[in-house]
Write a protein that binds this ligand. Sequence first.
Ligand code: BF8
Length: 652
Amino acid sequence: MAEEPKPQLIRGRIDVCELDRARMSLLNPQLIEQKRESRTIDENAKPLLELTMREGIETVWDRFEMQQPPCKYCESGLSCARCAMGPCRIIPPHRIRGVCGADADLIVARNLLDMIATGAAAHSDHGRDIAETLYLFGQGKAEDYGIADPEKLEILCTEYGIAVTGKTPKQLAAELGLAMLEEYGMVKNTLAFLNRAPKATREMWDQAGITPRGIDREVVDSMHRVQMGVGADYTNMLLQGLRCGLSDGWGGSMIGTEVSDVLFGTPTINKSKVNLAVLKADEVNISVHGHNPMLSEMVVKAIRDPEMQALAQKNGAKGINLVGLCCTGNELLMRKGIPMSGNHLNQELVIATGALEAMIVDYQCIFPSLPRTASCYHTLVISTSSKATIPGSYFFDFKAENAYLTAKAIVRMAVENYKNRNPQRVLIPGAPVEVMAGFSNEAIKKALGGSFKPLIDLIAAGKIRGAVGIVGCNNPKIRHDFGHVTLAQELIKKNILCVETGCAAIASGKAGLLQPEAASLAGDDLRAVCESLGIPPVLHMGSCVDNSRILVLAAGLANALNVPIHKLPIAGAAPEWYSQKAVSIGGYFVASGVFTVLGVMPKIGGSPAVVSLLTEGLKGAVNASFAVEPDPARAAGLIVNHIEQKRTGLGI
Ligand code: BF8
């Protein structure tokens, strides 16, 4: 029998708690009380936030405050540090060009394209890891995995032009995996999933010259244009940003979503629980944080292993409690109903419960400071991706080929850490909130009786005025969860259905909006629809790569009506975004024809020309644009107007 792998401690144990606490211990009780309220609307987070401030345990909010005020040139996108002739800043009236000659418009556009390419690369590389797992499984090299949705495997093969008759699921997995991997380093110059978009939308992309070619190619093309002496025209740079975004949304992210469904199951409607109180005082608590379900699905298997259960009992625990965080948590919530402990700004607070034995991370959205936080407790931070080794963490080189054995070794380490917990320091505030999740397009269709037609009829009859995708992160610039929750509440009141992913969906879950009972908060018509179907007015559609499900939903509605996506009464919103990945998502929403409202201003204010192109000019190319509105109630107003205009355009 193969031996379980051993971890490698990256750069030695970090033990900075006392230092941090000495540095952070200046707060007075009034200030603590004020910050506890102003930093978050998450009621279960508040007592823990208070504890971190009282005990001087540094959090993201403290670091944000210490970074104030920001450099105003960086904030408006007017600084450039790309090459060794700089760094440069644009300071009118005299410093109006960088050393290379780039003006404000070019510097802002170059910075923005860099952000989009970074975000698209992250999503798409995650998709590649999943496609590679499918390929390796097909080749018999990743036997811990299996095919959970053989029907979807065949549907995808057909979309990719792969004959299915007479082939085993393994053969199909190998062929489909390879065909998808080939779309990264492309020779055929088109992506299979683009065919899901309405013909008129594809023609619009062709006309604007933004039809994506290979997935990697668009990222590399973008980075090429960002190189000094290449891209010189801001419009050209930003159109490439849209093309790069499209290669993420209709390419890498869609591959990530669809293949994860094949390997781990297409989500069906389920019930679970969410918020920091999903941790249990008498069990081993393990959180999985990051994005890629390759690892977290194996951890689910490993905690159910009788050997691990027995080990937990031997260590004095009643059992093993696995909880999710951020998007890898969304993947598990959607498919397995695993409870969700929180979103982006909850990640340090989960450790501050004092009840977490291990935080297992893969990649993306993981604060590099987590081992510092963990050093104030017994918590182990366990990193698992060679792309994201974290100083102070225990690293296991997790690969598809050694998946289960590695997951078991990780769970063993967590369980054996239970005895190091100090029960005096455990604080698990309040009670969890129930949620209904698992709204894949397949699950939505099933709830509607087999097709999108009833939804289209309801929209046409005005019972549902339209649909809005609320997506993205938390950002300490915005009171935690306030943007998401307020926007969703305002929209459902106006009979607009919300579909959500990522940290937005988790925020809604914590606020009770993902329960069928939340229908009572909706306008009369939407309430009646939700009550008759037994569903919430806010539907959880998954992780951030699952924004591709929102694209497929939009395409499904547009195809049924025989119109391009931009004619639909729909919109997108990212009220609390922070990540480069969110900029890529915004790019592909708008490029697909979806008006998108951002709650945080991107770093573009230094170029009125770029601002005008993104908020107005793009309409000429893709019939959609961005808006920026930090006030969620006002953002709802913009969206309602937009949806009513689109309804008028359709004559409904
Ligand atoms: O991919 S919503 S903070 S966890 S980036 Fe990150 Fe933003 Fe959360 Fe998921 Ni998406």
